[in-house]
Design a protein around this ligand. Structure first.
Ligand code: TTP
Ligand code: MG
Length: 364
């Protein structure tokens, strides 16, 4: 599935100031050259009704919202990044494998989790939507499909708060009527070129002679367009770079701040994480807890170890420390608790890496 947050920057602004929710909200990148020079980053759906679009000059957006009680705000990337991290922390826990793309989007491979059952996937997606709304007061749009390409197009096809499921047998009837620029990789220029060949819909692209297509667009792109138009895609969902982590999160049987009660849950989560990372022979160097208090605020506390380890007792011990620290800082009960380990290295090294002599252990 692909999860995409709705009008992300503007929605983030609404969460910190709910009073603006029923007004057009426009988030802007001010260039600083003159008062209104710069471009619109994004806007809420109310502003979009007036014709405001991402990338539009600010003065034009102001013109569209003349005599309307609208809110114009400067971008605050630190704030959006913080919310993005919290969202991704939640989403990650629902996936067999997870791939964040951009600040407000992620692919979740849920093949195993749902046993390839699209009805189970539908229920899981509903759970995810409820979870993101309850924890962070944000809506998102979700697309479910047999591969990443279809999931992405499905997610784009209904917004905001959208939900679109495309089963394998429904792929072609979903895709074929769509205009070609809904296909990932078809921009303005490609669209014009295809239109000059008489191709206007994805169905027409699928029916177009594959050899002719490669003679126009080259071998690589031509065969991509041909396969994509047929809904074919086999790219795996894979977390890129070093950000990889494994996490599990769970709702407590009751709201509580009882240490031993919570620890019995985190121990269980640690066991699950341990079996997941053991299979891949990974050592970890960072441990975090994710705590959602009864006010639905998501807190994360993490600690970086001096050396990578694959020892589950260390994992549990650090979780205990972090939990004790967190509980000493809040008066509230916990509603949900999660554990995350990260900073993996492949070898089960017992030897101290050189860096451990330079880098002191830090906790944040
Ligand atoms: P998108 O997911 O493309 O847009 P969105 O979340 O605002 O709206 P939608 O409901 O259609 O998903 O982009 C995510 C964020 O990236 C968006 O909130 C702001 C930023 N962005 C820009 O700064 N400039 C742009 O031109 C676009 C498209 C996005
Ligand atoms: Mg979005």
């Amino acid at each position: 599935m692909l999860v995409d947050l709705d009008y992300f920057f503007a929605q983030a602004e609404e969460t910190r100031n709910p009073a603006i929710r029923d007004k057009p909200v426009v988030v802007c990148v001010y260039s600083g050259r003159s008062e209104d020079s710069g471009a619109v980053s994004t806007s809420n759906y109310l502003a979009r009704k007036y014709g405001v679009r991402s990338g539009m000059p600010i003065f034009m957006a102001k013109k569209k919202l003349e005599n309307v009680d609208a809110v114009f705000l400067p971008v605050d990337h630190d704030f959006y990044d913080e919310i993005s991290r919290k969202v991704m922390d939640i989403l990650r826990t629902y996936a067999d494998s997870f791939e964040q793309v951009g600040v407000d989007e992620a692919f979740l491979d849920v093949t195993q989790k749902t046993e390839r059952d699209f009805e189970k996937a539908r229920k899981l997606a509903e759970e995810i939507k409820d979870d993101v709304r309850a924890s962070l007061n944000l809506t998102c749009s979700i697309g479910i499909g047999p591969n990443k390409l279809i999931a992405k197009i499905a997610a784009d096809s209904q917004k905001p708060d959208g939900f679109t499921v495309v089963k394998p047998e429904g792929v072609q009837s979903f895709l074929f009527p769509l205009p070609i620029d809904r296909l990932i990789g078809v921009g303005v220029k490609t669209k014009e070129k295809m239109q000059s060949l008489g191709i206007n819909t994805i169905g027409e692209l699928a029916a177009y002679d594959a050899r002719k297509l490669t003679s126009v667009f080259g071998k690589r792109l031509g065969s991509y367009f041909h396969n994509a138009a047929l809904g074919l895609d086999d790219e795996p969902v894979a977390e890129k770079g070093e950000a990889e982590s494994v996490s599990r999160i769970s709702t407590l049987k009751q709201d509580t701040r009882d240490m031993s009660f919570i620890l019995s849950k985190t121990d269980q989560l640690c066991d699950e994480i341990y079996s997941a990372i053991q299979k891949q022979q990974l050592s970890f160097k960072a441990v975090a807890i994710i705590a959602i208090t009864t006010d639905m605020i998501v807190h994360a506390k993490s600690k970086t170890l001096e050396n990578p380890t694959s020892d589950m007792e260390i994992m549990k011990q650090v979780v205990k420390e972090l939990l004790a620290k967190f509980l000493s800082e809040t008066q509230l009960d916990l509603r949900r608790i999660g554990v995350r380990v990260a900073n993996f290295s492949k070898e089960q090294s017992t030897q101290k890496p050189l860096t451990s002599f330079i880098e002191p252990a830090k906790s944040d």
